[in-house]
Each structure stands twice: as structure tokens, then as C-alpha cells.
Design a protein around this ligand. Structure first.
Ligand code: ARG
Length: 457
């Protein structure tokens, strides 16, 4: 086999099966840029300490820039024995700059290196994810604005409850995604702690200036303890939780829309671009995009749960188990990147059937409004609830709508009913009555839209 970076004390060869089992290059290669960025900064830090001459540092810097451009051009050639991204880059650097490459790893370990790479990599991905989330919120907001006059049944227990604006429904998710965005942004200072300079576990013996390194790499702080610096993967756990919660929101939205897209509801129709047909039943148009979104949420929870299981029993500092931390992180990033974009596209292209939504409103959904009518006449709400319930029953017994009951009928239930009760049977009015902050009235829905727009800008 190829010469190993750690091979000095070994006389026996590695079993090829073990070699394949041990390697992580096939997935951690995606951190190539972060690995090189960290190394270039570290070489400068070594020069500051007089470990490298300026010439050596600039040789290394040019060499590393070349390795980077090979990765970017897709011409980097992996060789047998390239165990992971760190060893691969160092091997290639050696081929380019010669023996001076052997000075780069002075005082550094793959333990502080890999932790640094992951944080650098994740920092950029989180920023990208924040952008996708904001785009999704933007799509929900503009859709809510366009459709602001559309009314639909609101549900609890999936039973018809009260009339709401369709926009109110859309905005409820926009606010969840806004919170998700803020949570991700708030996690950045915890991701941006620099472990480089922690060595294998005990610290750096050449007094490298870690504060300087942090600044050079755009990190906000340094890990304050070298054991913690090499041990800590809390930032991965936290990230996987945020991803899981985002997927909860996506999955619930998908579930709502799957239900609303059935013929029985018929509120929405997915664009062809995000549906598929059946190989057997010619009439079928299936909401596959939404089902995949719902399904992929399970996958992301799996990333989190799997990672937690790997992480929980580890003794202090680096253990090889930690090589298993990257794939769940990568998978969550990839799954979220796709899911956020598909969700936005589905929402943007969704066709709604406003008539069907409106026609699904039923008089009994105004039973609460009937009770509130009596409240306005001075009747205590607990009584009005009972009286309105009796009106619902009366209509049910007669096989008519509650709004078909005459004023005289209602007066048999309570003397406070008069002709103006007929004004209750108005869905628009019902919705617009709910005009305290956060309500489904036109004014308060428009205020929600303004609030989100302000945040988006
Ligand atoms: N490929 C390793 C990982 O992903 C890099 C760190 C290896 N460190 C070590 N002490 N063997 O975790």
C-alpha cells in the first residue's frame, strides 16, 4: 500500500478491507476548500511564530492554492492511501512543493483540523440555508398578498371550525420559517468558534496566535479549552435539530396541501411540474413532491438520531467514531437544500380553487359568531354558547342550515335575538371581526404581510 502519514511506528500492512472501512475521502472530499483555507491560515500562523520562513510560508500558500484549483477544476487525482481530505491534500501539496510540505502540520493534528474544517464548511452552508429559507418566506408572503381575499374553512381536529383567510393559513407557515431562519442565524456564533490550535488534544506547543487565526478565518471566537475544541460536535447536533424542526414545518405544510389537493377537498391543484401520474390509472395526478417532502422529514430526523447515538458514549476528545459525524451533516444539508427549494416552487406554482374553498364554508361554522352576537347584547358567553348549540341542534333536527332558521325560531331560544341577527350569516364579516393582532381579518392579515416584508428587507 501507499506510505501512510502516520506509518512510522507500524511494520504490518493494513488489511485492504480495513483500508476501505477506514477511509472517509469519498464523503469528506466535499470539505476540500475548507481544509485548504484552514491550512493556508495555519501556515501563516506558523510563520508568525518563526516556525516557517516567509519563503516557506509563501511556497506552501502557492502550493495550497494550486491544490485548491485542482479540486475546483475537477482535476485532483485521488491516489490509493488518500485516507481522508486532510491526508489527500497534504499528499498532493508534497508532490507540488516538495519536502517543505512536511512543515505544515507542525503542532497541528487532524483532530483540530477536522473540527475546524467542519465548522468552516457548515458556516457557509448555514448562510446558504438562511437564503433558501428567506426565499421560501418571500414566496409565502407574496402568495398571501395576491390571494388575500380568498376565504376557506379553518380546521381543528381536521373538522370544520371557523372561516379564515387562505392567506392567514399560508402566513402561519411563513412565521414558522421565519423563526427557523432566526434560530439558524443565532447558531452561527456557536459554529464559528475556532478549534485550530488545540493540537491533538492538549494544545499547541508553538504558541500560535489563535485569536489571529480566528480573525483570519472569519471566526468570532476561539474554543477556550483544547479538549473541548477537539471533542465538541454540539454544533452538528444543534444544526441537525434545526434541520429536523424545519422539516417538521415542511412536512406539516405538505400534509395540509396533500389533503387540500384531494378531490374531496379540491382546494388546491399542484402544477404539473411538481406532480406525477400513475403507470396504471390514467386519471391520476399524484402530489409526489409533497409526499417526498413529508417523507424526507423522516430521513432528516434519522440523521439527527443516528448522529446522537454515535456521539453519546464517546470518551473525551477525538475518537474515530467521530468520522461518522459528517455524513448525517452532509445529508441534512443536501436534503434541506432540495426540500426548501421544492417547497417554495410548489407554493409559487400552486393553483387554488377559491370557489371550492368558499363553497366549503357552512353555516354552522358561524355558530360561534351567533354566540358572539348574543354576547354583544349582554348575555354571558357560557350561556350564549349553550343557546347557539341549541340553534345548531334545531337546524340539524330540521335538516336545514343554521342560517335558515328564522328570527322567530331563534327567539324561542332567547329573547335577545332580533332582526339584526341576520347580519351574522356573513363569512366576510365573521373573518373581519377577528381583527386583534394575529387575527384573520383583512387588516390584520395585511399587517402580518407588512411585518414579514419588513423582516425580509
Ligand atoms: N477522517 C477523520 C475524521 O473524519 C479525520 C480525523 C482523524 N483523526 C485521527 N486521530 N485519526 O474524523
Amino acid at each position: 500500500g501507499a506510505k501512510k502519514l502516520w506509518g512510522g511506528r507500524f511494520s504490518g500492512a493494513t488489511d485492504p478491507l480495513m483500508e476501505a472501512f477506514n477511509e472517509s475521502i469519498h464523503f469528506d472530499r466535499r470539505m476540500f476548500a475548507a481544509d485548504i483555507q484552514g491550512s493556508r491560515a495555519y501556515a501563516k500562523a506558523l510563520h508568525k511564530q518563526g516556525i516557517l520562513t516567509l519563503t516557506e510560508q509563501s511556497q506552501l500558500d502557492k502550493g495550497l492554492a494550486m491544490v485548491l484549483s485542482e479540486w475546483q477544476a475537477g482535476t485532483f487525482e485521488l491516489k490509493p492511501g488518500d485516507e481522508d481530505i486532510h491526508t489527500a491534500n497534504e499528499r498532493r501539496l508534497g508532490e507540488i512543493v516538495g519536502s517543505v510540505s512536511g512543515k505544515l502540520h507542525t503542532g497541528r493534528s487532524r483532530n483540530d483540523q477536522v473540527a475546524t474544517d467542519m465548522r468552516l464548511w457548515l458556516r457557509d452552508e448555514v448562510k446558504q440555508m438562511v437564503n433558501f429559507l428567506r426565499e421560501l418566506v418571500g414566496v409565502l408572503v407574496s402568495r398571501a398578498q395576491t390571494d388575500v381575499d380568498v376565504l376557506m374553512p379553518g380546521y381543528t381536529h381536521l373538522q370544520r371550525a371557523q372561516p379564515i383567510r387562505w392567506s392567514h393559513f399560508l402566513l402561519s407557515y411563513a412565521f414558522s420559517f421565519q423563526q427557523d431562519t432566526q434560530r439558524l442565524e443565532e447558531s452561527l456564533p456557536r459554529i464559528c468558534q475556532l478549534p485550530l490550535g488545540s493540537g491533538a488534544l492538549a494544545g499547541n506547543p508553538f504558541q500560535v496566535d489563535r485569536q489571529w487565526l480566528a480573525k483570519e478565518l472569519g471566526f468570532s471566537s476561539v474554543t477556550p479549552n483544547s479538549l473541548y475544541g477537539t471533542s465538541d460536535r454540539d454544533f452538528v447536533a444543534e444544526f441537525l435539530f434545526h434541520c429536523s424542526l424545519i422539516m417538521v414545518h415542511i412536512s406539516r405544510l405538505a400534509e395540509d396541501l396533500i389533503i387540500y389537493s384531494t378531490a374531496e377537498f379540491g382546494f388546491v391543484q399542484l402544477a404539473d411540474a411538481y406532480s406525477t401520474g400513475s403507470s396504471l390509472m390514467p386519471q391520476k395526478k399524484n402530489p409526489d413532491s409533497l409526499e417526498l417532502l413529508r417523507g424526507k422529514s423522516g430521513r432528516v430526523f434519522g440523521d439527527m438520531a443516528g448522529f446522537m447515538m454515535t456521539y453519546k458514549g464517546l470518551p473525551s476528545t477525538y475518537n474515530k467514531d467521530m468520522q461518522e459525524d459528517k455524513e448525517p451533516m452532509f445529508d441534512a444539508v443536501d436534503t434541506l437544500t432540495g426540500s426548501l427549494q421544492i417547497t417554495a416552487a410548489v407554493i409559487a406554482t400552486l393553483r387554488i380553487n377559491a370557489k371550492k374553498m368558499k363553497n366549503s364554508l357552512t353555516g354552522d361554522m358561524l355558530a360561534t359568531d351567533l354566540a358572539e352576537y348574543l354576547v354583544r347584547k349582554g348575555v354571558p358567553f357560557r350561556e350564549t354558547h349553550h343557546i347557539s348549540g341549541a340553534a345548531v341542534k334545531m337546524a340539524e333536527d330540521r335538516g336545514c342550515q343554521i342560517s335558515d332558521l328564522s328570527v322567530a325560531d331563534l327567539q324561542t331560544l332567547h329573547t335577545s335575538f332580533s332582526n339584526d341577527v341576520l347580519l351574522v350569516w356573513n363569512y366576510e364579516k365573521s373573518v373581519d371581526n377577528r381583527s386583534s393582532i394575529g387575527g384573520t381579518s383583512r387588516v390584520t392579515v395585511l399587517a402580518q404581510i407588512e411585518q414579514l416584508k419588513l423582516w425580509l428587507n
